[in-house]
Design a protein. Structure first.
Length: 135
């Protein structure tokens, strides 16, 4: 589960830098399953990794939460998940630099909202998505 990480470090600047370095390392070090390549699926490219990091960085800096899961996706990009007891926020950043998210209700097992993340609605989309899982 995503939890605030501020209390793990003594200074906020050192904490922020360390946490962001860890997130970046997880994104840029994604392991791509070889059998997906055999199926013709492209691994996450630099555009999807940069977009994924931009999203994670914003969420960490604004809401002080880190992703629970970072992985390659069969849709050719980066998959990011933030979990809470009530809901899960799944974000995908694709190789064409597009992104979207889905918030799922973990209790009633249904989708709450799904939306594309564009440059025009980036901050509003992220705010809306995070508020669903951390009410």
């Amino acid at each position: 589960m995503s939890v605030p990480v501020a209390e793990q470090f003594t200074t906020s600047d050192a904490r922020d830098e360390s946490v962001l370095d860890e997130i970046k390392s997880r994104i840029f070090g994604i392991v791509f399953p070889s059998h997906w390549a055999e199926e013709g699926i492209e691994p996450p490219n630099m555009a999807s990794k940069e977009k994924a990091f931009d999203i994670c960085k914003h969420i960490f800096e604004k809401y002080n939460i880190v992703p629970d899961t970072i992985a390659a996706t069969k849709e050719e990009g980066v998959f990011i998940a933030f979990d809470s007891i009530a809901a899960t926020l799944n974000i995908e950043a694709y190789n064409d630099y597009e992104a979207g998210y889905i918030v799922g209700d973990n209790i009633n097992k249904k989708m709450i909202i799904s939306e594309d993340i564009t440059e025009l609605n980036f901050y509003e989309s992220i705010k809306k998505a995070v508020q669903y899982i951390y009410k």
